[in-house]
Design a protein around this ligand. Structure first.
Ligand code: XIL
Length: 350
């Protein structure tokens, strides 16, 4: 619809005023130096090489904290929510979707020229009773389809990639987790989820997200067997998202490179989706961050996200650990500089 010039200007102005905070942040992120780090922002180094450097675990409420929002917009070119897209959070009652928190993240990302990854279509937690009480497979499948469609249609063109299934395998390996989806649909729930997701959004990249495969060789093989089976069955999957929550023990050199090459041979992408390092040893933490990102980039990974960036809002199972790249008062730690150096040193993305 064409509006008179004045009205169009008014609408634009109102939009600007509503999001003025985000625009101020964008302006800040264009500065040469990342606020207080003494060097360029991570996203600036990444963008020279077409790399996504993101932060997951973004609870929209954290954006109320100006420092949090400033560092997020300044350092990262991708974000994903923490729990807000998990079933219980976004779809707490059969007839009600709670869009507001995720909409807020998407708006923030748009204003700050960031992309958004959807996380949580199927996760191992957070499923409401109205869903898990459905025992008939056809009805369960219908519930899954309408849930995926509602969410993926709303965010089509706004979320460029999704973790469709998260943590399909048992934590230590040894078979599939018998989660709420497995219980009703059996092991085929994974293939079904990807098919429903592709039908709901033909353009978004679809990932299977898994933990601990970098440190457990048996589980690594199981994931490979699972994913290569999906590919053989023509299931629409674009890649593997490695969580990479690392606790104390460095990843054996070469493991990331091997995974990238194995999945590449299947026509799939590998990403790092939730990197963080849980240890009380700051030197070891710096080294692990640097080594992981360095090897990942050299292997050709172009999409790396951390699971949060400030220890102020960290999710850890190791008491006392401060797993992220910035401390509680937003000062960059050794891990930040190690990641920065890895991005800077990379000659070019593959
Ligand atoms: C975590 C959240 O960070 C916590 O707030 C929540 O209590 C539990 O889930 N892998 C995942 C994430 O894919 O969804 C998990 O997020 C962390 C592990």
């Amino acid at each position: 619809m064409l509006l008179p010039e004045d009205d169009r200007f008014k609408i634009q102005l109102e939009g600007w005023l509503r999001s003025r905070h985000a625009f101020i942040l964008l302006a800040a992120s264009r500065g040469k130096n990342g606020f207080g780090t003494g060097t360029t922002p991570l996203r600036k180094e990444a963008e020279k090489k077409d790399i996504l450097i993101g932060s997951g675990a973004i609870n929209p409420a954290y954006l109320n904290d100006t420092q949090f929002a400033t560092v997020l917009a300044q350092q990262f070119n991708s974000l994903s929510p923490e729990n807000e897209l998990k079933w219980n959070f976004i779809h707490p009652a059969a007839d009600h979707y709670n869009w507001e928190p995720t909409d807020r993240l998407v708006d923030f990302a748009e204003c700050n020229k960031m992309v958004v990854k959807g996380h949580g279509l199927i996760s191992s937690c957070c499923n409401p009773d109205y869903l898990v009480n459905i025992t008939d497979p056809a009805l369960f499948r219908a519930a899954m389809t309408s849930h995926f469609e509602a969410i993926m249609h709303r965010y089509a063109g706004k979320m460029d990639r999704w973790d469709v299934v998260t943590e399909a395998l048992a934590t230590q390996g040894g078979g599939l987790q018998e989660n709420d989806f497995y219980k009703v649909l059996g092991p085929n729930y994974i293939a079904e989820a990807f098919r429903i997701a592709r039908a709901a959004d033909a353009d978004a990249k679809l990932f299977i997200n898994e933990n601990m495969v970098e440190s457990l060789p048996g589980k690594r093989q199981e994931l490979y067997d699972l994913v290569s089976g999906l590919v053989a069955d023509n299931v629409p999957i674009d890649g593997v998202a490695l969580q990479m929550h690392i606790t104390e023990v460095p990843v054996v050199p070469g493991v990331i490179t091997q995974m990238v090459s194995d999945y590449y041979a299947l026509g799939l992408e590998v990403t790092i989706a939730e990197l963080d390092v849980h240890t009380l040893n700051a030197t070891l933490q710096t080294q692990i961050y640097g080594d992981v990102v360095d090897e990942a980039l050299r292997a050709g990974i172009t999409d790396i996200s951390v699971w949060g960036f400030t220890d102020k809002h960290a999710y850890t199972w190791l008491p006392g650990a401060k797993p992220l790249m910035f401390n509680e008062t937003y000062h960059a730690k050794g891990a930040f500089y190690a990641v920065h150096a890895a991005l800077e040193d990379l000659v070019s993305a593959h």
